[in-house]
Write a protein that binds this ligand. Sequence first.
Ligand SMILES: Nc1ncnc2c1ncn2[C@@H]1O[C@H](COP(=O)(O)OP(=O)(O)OP(=O)(O)O)[C@@H](O)[C@H]1O
Length: 238
Amino acid sequence: MTGLRAHDLSFAYGAKKALEEVSFEVGAGRFCALLGPNGAGKSTLFGLLTRLFMAPRGSIEIAGHDLARAPRAALAELGIVFQQSTLDLDLTVRQNLSYFAALHGLSGRTAAARIDAALDQLEMRDRAGEKARALNGGHRRRTELARALLHDPAVLLLDEPTVGLDAAARASITLHAHRLAEDGKTILWATHLTDEVAPGDDLIILHRARILTRGKARDIAGDMTLHERFLTLTGAVA
Ligand SMILES: Nc1ncnc2c1ncn2[C@@H]1O[C@H](COP(=O)(O)OP(=O)(O)OP(=O)(O)O)[C@@H](O)[C@H]1O
């Protein structure tokens, strides 16, 4: 399996259970939305997938590599966009990416070629010389997504990447992420917004530490809108 696989993950902060018996798979080249209200456990799951925390039991496989047994190989196949922006605002777009490329052992022509290719994929090449501070929120996010591609990972994790963006910027970054899936990346996209999920996407609904349902978004929605289904399943009030 070259995508992402999580099996039987549980995690607690002291007595507070944040994830319980979570298992799922995201196939290679699939866009999977991880949809859950605040506090559902999305960030905790990302913490386990990135090895920030260790699950007491269960297993995680990234592009066929077991995260506990072969962490270097597994993490090499992982690209991450965190919920909070992690750009250096005083550096240009290209400098931000060069710095990150160096951390991955890429330099010289190889780094330059990867940076250009990633900026092209996110339609950010013409902004390469601008300081990150001068970019709007949507372009900063696209820069971070380009940065996450530099080491050519198979799997991309995005933790609520649209937080704080306006509707147009949200739509743009969502579209770019779907295109990356079409190009073969496996994407796990955490959100609490149903309008970021397309009918053909894979979908996992997480609520109070557990997966309520998973499958194709259109199948989960059934005869309701996804928004209505989500509110019904999570017991939330519209
Ligand atoms: N460091 C911590 N200590 C104690 N409890 C925590 C800690 N971090 C998270 N929690 C709790 O664990 C649960 C899951 O939190 P988590 O941040 O994973 O959810 P989330 O779905 O990412 O929410 P959000 O959308 O608000 O980021 C919540 O009840 C939260 O209050």
